[in-house]
Ligand binder design. Structure first.
Ligand code: COA
Length: 215
């Protein structure tokens, strides 16, 4: 399936969202290099996830391959300010290869199911004591990207607090199995239903207008 790309703009958060795939990666060489370095700064240096440390300051795993789809939020200078990754569930992904024990039943797989990983917002876009508009923009951008790509469900391996947070935003979320103690924080697996209502309620929660438009 050819993956349609596109970009969105969210003026409040000053981020413009781009979908980067294997097909258009040449147009984003500079941003992709910086993206993987930012992932290292955030996940290894800031979060202290030692298991994904590497000899050079670039964070890349087995799922950063030709099937990965990146949502990159670029600021007005074209610098990466936030992002997320989607991996097709029909291919090897974190839940199937590393954490299958987090799903009590068969791992959800299908054409319209993707695994969501690596959400982040660069520290300069974060807010103190409250979730930042940039995080809201990334979450909205993610839902918009899924709707655009006809992705109906997202599986995710995440820290336990996300269940309450996503439900609080109006996302239909099902827990797939038991929680697990993990050196980097307790985790669980979720299956998220992608729908327009979740997008609307997330925009509302963050006070974002309907400006996340396909350019
Ligand atoms: N209710 C009350 N407070 C909330 C809240 C809520 N629903 N959501 C967040 N907050 C608070 C947090 O406690 C935090 O307070 P503090 O500044 O006093 O510590 C502050 O708001 C910021 O929350 P945070 O979740 O860090 O920010 P965010 O919602 O803007 O961004 C991420 C969320 C995940 C994008 C951002 O934290 C990030 O990039 N983290 C690094 C990458 C990461 O760990 N990603 C997740 C795993 S892949």
């Amino acid at each position: 399936m050819a993956i349609p790309t596109g970009h969105w703009e969210n003026k409040q958060a000053m981020l413009k969202f781009h979908l980067v795939t294997w097909a258009n990666r040449a147009d984003y060489q500079r941003q992709l290099e910086s993206y993987f370095r930012i992932r290292y700064q955030i996940y290894v240096e800031e979060r202290g996830w030692r298991q994904i440390d590497r000899p050079i300051p670039v964070e890349m795993d087995a799922f950063d391959n030709e099937d990965a789809i990146y949502l990159l939020g670029l600021d007005e200078n074209g610098a990466v300010g936030g992002g997320s990754r989607l991996v097709p569930s029909l291919k090897p992904h974190l839940l199937s290869e590393v954490f299958p024990m987090l799903s009590s039943e068969e791992i959800p797989r299908g054409e319209a199911i993707y695994e969501w990983t690596r959400i982040f917002v660069a520290p300069r876009f974060r807010a103190l004591g409250a979730s930042s508009p940039a995080a809201g923009a990334v979450l909205c951008g993610l839902l918009e990207a899924c709707l655009h790509l006809r992705i109906e469900q997202m599986s995710v391996v995440c820290e336990t607090f996300w269940l309450k947070r996503l439900r609080g935003l109006g996302w239909p979320v099902e827990q797939l199995g038991p929680e697990m103690e993990h050196a980097d924080g307790d985790i669980l697996a979720l299956l998220i239903q992608v729908d327009r209502e979740a997008l609307d309620s997330t925009r509302k929660a963050y006070g974002l207008s309907k400006a996340s438009l396909l350019a």
